[in-house]
Design a protein around this ligand. Sequence first.
Ligand code: EPU
Length: 333
Amino acid sequence: MRMVEPKTRQNPNHLGLPVKQLKQVFGDRLQENEPLARYTSARIGGPADAFLVVNSVRELSETAEAIWRLGLSFIVLGSGSNVLVSDAGVRGIVVLNRAKEVRFEEEDGEPMVWAGSGASLSVVARQASARGLSGLEWAVGIPGTIGGAVVGNAGAHGSDMAASLILAEILHRPVEMGPVGLAGGEPSRETWLVEQMGFSYRSSTLKRQPGEAVVLAALLRLGRSTPDSQSEIQARVEAFNEHRRRTQPPGASMGSMFKNPPGDYAGRLIDAAGLKGTRIGEAEISSLHGNFFINRGNARAQDVKALLDLARTSVAEKFSVDLETEIQLVGDW
Ligand code: EPU
């Protein structure tokens, strides 16, 4: 998920959606009033007024261009693992990214993998490990798409996308956006080297400037293994999997809710505040890990938001630490 402000994002199309024009451009591809709960890992979220599925990098690029040409903006939903979509849903356009192409390549003997932004990071990581290629073991088991991982600099076990990325292929929206219904300038297709991504802990320039660009694909660095190190790759994957099974709850969740504050852990702080197991409606702070909130059935976004506020307030009062959300709040609140 990307292109959404960390805090509540307002309706991007202030004048309302020109549904007729959208239908002219997208025909039957345009779905109206599509419930988003079925596309989020927490199984929470109201409807999107307009919903489009893209199945390739090319389709993603063409769809983004067409929307921008109408003077509109959109939200990209990847695997919906790092977002809390409001119960009211989204009064704009949501693009579901299923651009899942993956190619293993080699340049000057160096292995790498090119992946569409809608590919699952975890699947790509597993494919690499199974081929005896190292470098992405940390990402096995991380929910989310390649695009979401690039924007949010996803990480685990001491590594992150910043350490793996060679470059990202980006489509930047026209610098001059026209008013709704009128074409602005031309979008530009750009290649951003890792140094240009402005990566920091769980963030990037793209995350800090939501709506400006969409990640089309990423090229990730891999390492070649010898027969000996092949078993080491598998051992690392197994150890990380085991750590996750032991420390993170199964079931419908959004992954880590808050970023870890400098020098501490959000999960530890929420735990120390005595909040594990707390429920509001059918949303629960996991009793296994304080930074995971579970949908026990039909939790509402509002309940999860109330738990977020409770955790933030309690941790601030007890430990004077301001927790910052890692998940992104999407839609009308
Ligand atoms: N802890 C507690 N109580 C809890 C939870 C954790 O005391 O209820 C303590 C643990 O004992 C440990 C420390 O807090 O000493 C850190 O916990 P953990 O090892 O589970 O890692 P984390 O910092 O909570 C991070 C990532 C995860 C990633 C794991 C594994 C963040 C915000 N989260 O979790 O990423 O899977 O490390 O490397 O950086 C995600 O970002 O969505 C995500 C799942």
